[in-house]
Design a protein around this ligand. Structure first.
Ligand SMILES: [Fe+2]
Length: 410
């Protein structure tokens, strides 16, 4: 079966390579329009392929995008379709060519041909449009449409997922980056129109410094999250329950969020928030955290401060400030309003906090604690039935019970 899939990809690559060669041969007269410009763009294009674009609209530093597309569209506007397509096709594969032994060479032929065709068509259409903005919008749209159609076709051969689900995934990944790529491309071209070639080093320098700013700000955020994880792990040294518990609550919360039909990015955010729900326990002394017997009123008052402490810690991370920090703050609220820290009731409690609460209580019950042995999943669910509607949200609880049943755990 997989042999057949690879053969399809191979045949498809040969077809698009032939189409690209045919396009270049039919338009060979464009090659006579020589000059140093294509070479210059090629040089810059290769450089931009190495630069990773960090869009301010993408929160994760790990999601980045090659800056090459900015240069492809600029080339498509300034050069003729023949040279623009060669600049894009060569730029796209050159920085990665050293990997040729690790990745099948057919992949490079595929990328060379599909990027060449996409840029040729984009450049041709752009040359027919007078307005700069419209021309850039059409250029980007045509380039992406063709590029994504080619890539999705190959993904369909390789993964057997449907063509449209592949194309949708690619667009969802690209969209936030596009919000950065489009204005950058347009600004560079507007500057070019008014001040000529000096606009390139100026705007590219500016773009790189803006990029560096965005990148390092995000890196700083990431490092804060990493230190938060280190903090959570250090809790394990003192209280070997909290870290394992946090990881499990995080997994259960994700499972519930999925079963509730929430979108994947939302589920991921709930998972992260749940991981840090008890991080505020870092400030509580060991004798209270690990006390085998019942807590005194004063000790319990101290324990009750941890959701607020977790909130205070999490809101120092900008991307957690508005949502995750608050979800964590309210994970000990109860549906009947008898919870803490604010005594919110019912739907006043964020849905995400209600999800974490169900996961939290279930995991606490099914884990050994200093003051009691772990309950079995069935015993825990039986006990939690008394809490449904009072402490925990009954709908979320029944979704969780169904998930456990499906897994055969109860
Ligand atoms: Fe807690």
């Amino acid at each position: 079966m997989s042999q057949k899939i690879r053969r399809k990809t191979f045949i498809f690559t040969i077809i698009i390579l032939s189409v690209y060669i045919l396009i270049l041969s039919l338009n060979f007269e464009m090659a006579k329009n020589k000059g140093m410009l294509p070479l210059l763009f090629l040089f810059v294009g290769i450089g931009f392929e190495i630069i990773r674009i960090h869009s301010p609209f993408v929160k994760n530093t790990k999601v980045d995008f090659s800056g090459g597309m900015i240069i492809y569209i600029i080339s498509a506007y300034i050069l003729n379709p023949f040279y623009a397509s060669l600049v894009a096709a060569i730029s796209a594969i050159t920085p990665k060519i050293h990997l040729i032994r690790k990745i099948p060479s057919i992949k490079y032929i595929f990328n060379f041909s599909q990027i060449g065709i996409a840029t040729f068509v984009a450049s041709y259409i752009m040359s027919k449009i007078n307005s700069l903005t419209l021309s850039v919008i059409s250029g980007i749209a045509i380039y992406l449409l063709l590029n994504h159609a080619f890539v999705s076709a190959v993904l369909t051969f390789e993964t057997q997922e449907s063509f449209f689900s592949n194309i949708k995934k690619l667009f969802l990944f690209l969209l936030p980056n596009l919000l950065f790529i489009f204005p950058s491309t347009l600004i560079i071209l507007v500057l070019y129109k008014y001040i000529g070639f000096i606009s390139f080093p100026l705007s590219i320098g500016l773009l790189i410094s803006v990029q560096a700013g965005i990148y390092y700000r995000k890196l700083y955020e990431e490092s804060k999250i990493e230190s938060m994880i280190a903090l959570l792990k250090s809790l394990e040294e003192r209280d070997n329950y909290t870290y394992t518990h946090s990881k499990q609550v995080s997994e259960y919360s994700y499972k519930i969020a999925k079963k509730l039909g929430l979108k994947e990015p939302h589920c991921e955010r709930i998972k992260t928030a749940a991981l840090f729900h008890d991080i505020g326990k870092i400030g509580i002394s060991d004798h209270i955290l690990n006390k085998p017997g019942t807590l005194s009123d004063r000790e319990f008052e101290i324990i009750k401060k941890h959701p607020v402490k977790s909130w205070e810690l999490l809101k120092t991370i900008k991307r957690f400030e508005k949502h995750e920090a608050l979800w964590v703050k309210f994970h000990h609220e109860r549906m009947d309003g008898k919870g803490y820290p604010e005594g919110l009731r019912g739907n006043e409690i964020p849905l995400e906090s209600r999800i974490i609460a169900v996961a939290d209580i279930y995991d606490a019950l099914t884990t050994d604690r200093p003051y009691r042995k772990a309950l079995t999943p069935t015993e825990a669910i039986e006990l939690m039935k008394n809490l449904a509607g009072k402490a925990v949200d009954s709908k979320i609880f029944s979704v969780f019970v169904n998930a456990l049943k499906e897994e055969g755990k109860i």
